[in-house]
Design a binder for this molecule. Sequence first.
Ligand code: SAM
Length: 302
Amino acid sequence: MSKRFTSDGLRFAAEPAYNDTFTRLTRLAMESVQGYVLGSDPKAGRRLAVQDAHFAEVSELLLDELAVRSLDRVVELGCGSGSLSKRIYRRLGIGGTLVSVDRSEGLLKQATALLEGTGPAVFVPTLADLTELGPWIDGAGVVVGRAVLHHVPMAELFVGRLRTRLAPGTRVGFIEPDFRSVLGRIAVLEAEGRHDLEPLRVWAWVINTLYQVNRISPDVGATLARTMETAGFQKVKADWRECRSDDLMTENLVMFYDEVRERLGALGLMTSEEITRQQKLMQALGRNAPAAWASFRVTAIA
Ligand SMILES: C[S@@+](CC[C@H](N)C(=O)[O-])C[C@H]1O[C@@H](n2cnc3c(N)ncnc32)[C@H](O)[C@@H]1O
């Protein structure tokens, strides 16, 4: 099979080849990925904890907007290693319940360990596929998800089905990453001579392509508010803000490459050598970089 990507891995070499390539990559992705596209071991948990620092401010704003209170029953979709769970849990008191759902047993165990003994509320770690909206959703007063919808194929359909499973008045909020909007600025800066920004452009290409070939929803945040409106949610509010641009950001991107190194190789998206090169360029960038991504925050009432 001839190589379909240019050497910098950025553009499909020829449009007619795109569909063939996409089909092949999708098949390979389906064969090689079972479940979560990223990692689920303790190292992945550490990356999620680093990511929590990026989302710290918007996460607290989200919980403020949802007015999470002591006695609430909060259902958290895709809790991962528990960084957002911890923020929710500390707002709950005796009589409050946090049901945190994830399909990765490893990450769910990390979340459970993180919360153990940190508060009086009931914590219910729940191993489940969130798209099935099982009995764990019943009775939710608040539903929250951070960086999870973009891992769901055709996430808009899930958002609509979710609305039908919630009692009127349920407060719902999501934070979703935006891997695209900031590329406008990155492209301009690069064109004006900031050649050191190559690793940000390549990383954006990699994460978007990886998610696309896995048929998940990397762009869901951009249209989430409108989707929630068409699904009949009320009082939909949306906000967008850039994530921090410092050495923690570049560390996060370097760790991402470690998590998906083998998968990118198996898909023929990027060789291990190229990944190592990109990691070095990223580390050299350090804090001298514009934001590589941003986030959408959307809240509504069912
Ligand atoms: C990027 S992580 C975010 C974790 C956490 N919400 C946070 O912000 O730190 C996405 C999480 O969603 C979980 N996930 C993805 N699809 C899922 C599904 N269909 N059912 C349950 N969990 C899912 C993954 O296992 C992973 O833990």
